[in-house]
Design a binder for this molecule. Structure first.
Ligand code: NAP
Length: 491
């Protein structure tokens, strides 16, 4: 008998299997063993979820709720997540292989998105316009879009779900969340909290299955008004094209190839730690990985020596242990992709200064790897690896740092290590990236807008402005004129 943990989907307040009863399994990447099964959602299930979300949007308790009441529910949800943080973190570690040391803290921080947007829900004000038409009164209303489809990747399921769901719900939309097939467990466990917090049925639906099946069916569904997607650029392009064909609103958080730029006037010990956190934290499986380390020529050798010395001490192994620093790669395709990029880099003539192959610390492990002698035209410097693989690229001066830093199709993030205020401001302005960190790296907050320039995406998540990604503006005109004027002339 199978001892797999069996999960179901939440649609319209009911826990259900796939319409055809099919399932798929999820693996623990540390052990390589399958541990859970999920409904393999179909196009019919996508339709059921959209109908449920539409119904909840159009009528009933949610449709009639005030923004203040919505905010209250979101804050209650935040409290429930905080109370369940340890369990949710453990589930993510089991399903995804991220470190418990990081996930424990991350899951305690996730409630902040629900508190922040819960607070914002009743502060979105329209305006009364000093309109230029006599005897007219004009005002604006900011209204929800309707049914939102939120698609998340496998690397940070609940954090990224929060970036989408908190503003979408605060704005009054209803939501269908589709997590990655590789890491669905925490999203389904999280779904239980919506019931407990008192969200009416159908306001939040969580479906599971394959991206090219239920994911595609959702993005193609005419009943979806907005798609908010986080994932790879190729999938993002497909989702954008599908959305465009029906004029849906689409926001995209995509890949990156971020430069982490170290100047010779930096605090070297801090910069070394910043370079490490940029690429080896989360086993490099983060969109904001500082995977191109640009180091000023004058300190290149000394810096690389220090970096390699510290990276060598990274403890690999069981992600459930608090002292593990580098965990497994989350998925088998990703593991194979990383290994293939190691070959690409070697084939291009990059020099292996550290790692460069598989690691024997569990099932799917890759050694923290540092390549030197990389030039920015190489594939290893241009393409997103999404693993613990760092390319070190030397540069001469500020101008070259800006040129090389910007010379990729992506623009998600950048890091700058300098003690010069002039450099800090100049680089922050000139780097074409949605987030620039100076003397820090990988900092995110519910208050700080996050998103991509260039092919790293469209739209922003977090921060006050992001709620408008889930709203539309209505112009309301009222006349108090006694006579209706000539109907053949525009007013
Ligand atoms: P992915 O393969 O693009 O998948 C992302 C999501 O899209 C998954 O839920 C996937 O489902 C679904 N999907 C796949 N095909 C689809 C289709 N045809 N229609 C609708 N949905 C579809 O990305 P990933 O490998 O999970 O995640 C890694 C990528 O995400 C990296 O490129 C990384 O940079 C990016 N990322 C970006 C950010 C950011 O904020 N900018 C944050 C984190 C990650 P299945 O998994 O079931 O196929």
């Amino acid at each position: 008998m199978s001892d797999l943990q069996k999960y179901q989907m939440l649609i319209g307040g009911e826990w259900v299997d796939a319409s055809d009863g099919q399932t798929f399994e999820s693996m623990n990447p540390y052990t390589g063993e399958n541990w859970a099964s999920f409904p393999r959602g179909t196009a019919d299930d996508a339709d059921r979820a959209v109908q449920a979300a539409r119904k909840a949007f159009n009528s009933g308790d949610w449709a009639n709720m005030t923004a203040t009441q919505r905010g209250h529910l979101l804050r209650k949800l935040g409290d429930l997540i905080a109370a369940k943080a340890e369990d949710l973190a453990a589930t993510e570690v089991r399903d995804n292989g991220k470190l418990i040391a990081e996930m424990g803290l991350q899951l305690k921080y996730v409630p902040q998105w629900y508190y922040y947007f819960g607070g914002l829900a009743d502060k979105i004000e329209g305006a009364v316009t000093p309109i230029d038409k006599p005897d007219h009164f004009h005002y604006t209303r900011h209204e929800p879009l309707g049914v939102v489809c939120a698609i998340t990747p496998w690397n940070s399921p609940l954090l990224l779900a929060g970036w989408k769901l908190a503003p979408a719900l605060a704005a009054g939309n209803t939501v269908i969340l589709k997590p990655s097939e590789f890491t669905s467990a925490s999203s389904v466990e999280f779904a239980r909290l919506f019931e407990e917090a008192g969200f009416p049925p159908g306001v939040v639906n969580v479906v599971t299955g394959y991206g090219h099946e239920i994911g595609a069916a959702l993005t193609e569904h005419p009943g979806v008004d907005k798609i908010t997607f986080t994932g790879g650029s190729e999938t993002g392009r497909r989702v954008y094209q599908t959305g465009a064909s029906q004029f849906k609103r689409v926001s995209l958080e995509l890949g990156g190839k971020s430069p982490n730029i170290v100047f010779d006037d930096c605090d070297m010990d801090n910069a070394v730690k910043g370079a490490i956190s940029g690429i080896f934290a989360a086993t490099g499986q983060t969109c904001i990985a500082g995977s191109r380390l640009l180091v000023q020529e004058s300190i290149h050798d000394e810096f690389v020596d220090k970096l390699v010395a510290l990276a060598k001490t990274a403890k690999m192994g069981d992600p459930m242990l608090m002292d593990t620093q580098v965990g497994p790669v989350t998925t088998v395709p990703q593991y194979e992709k990383i290994l293939s990029y190691l070959d690409v880099a070697k084939g291009e003539g990059a020099e292996v200064r550290l790692g460069g192959g598989k690691a024997d610390a569990g099932k799917y492990f890759v050694q923290p790897t540092v390549f030197t002698g990389v030039n920015n035209k190489m594939r290893i410097a241009q393409e997103e690896v999404f693993g613990p693989v760092l390319s070190v690229i030397p540069f001469k001066d500020d101008e070259e740092a800006i040129e090389v830093g910007n010379d990729v199709i992506y623009g998600l993030a950048a890091g700058v290590w300098t003690q010069s205020m002039r450099r800090a401001f100049t680089m922050s302005a000139k780097l074409r990236a949605g987030s620039v960190w100076v003397n820090t790296y990988r900092a995110v907050s519910y208050m700080a807008p996050f998103g991509g320039y260039k092919q790293s995406g469209l739209g922003r998540e977090s921060g006050q402005e992001s709620i408008k990604e889930f709203m539309q503006t209505k112009s309301v005109w009222m006349s108090y004129a006694e006579d209706t004027p000539n109907p053949f002339i525009m007013r």
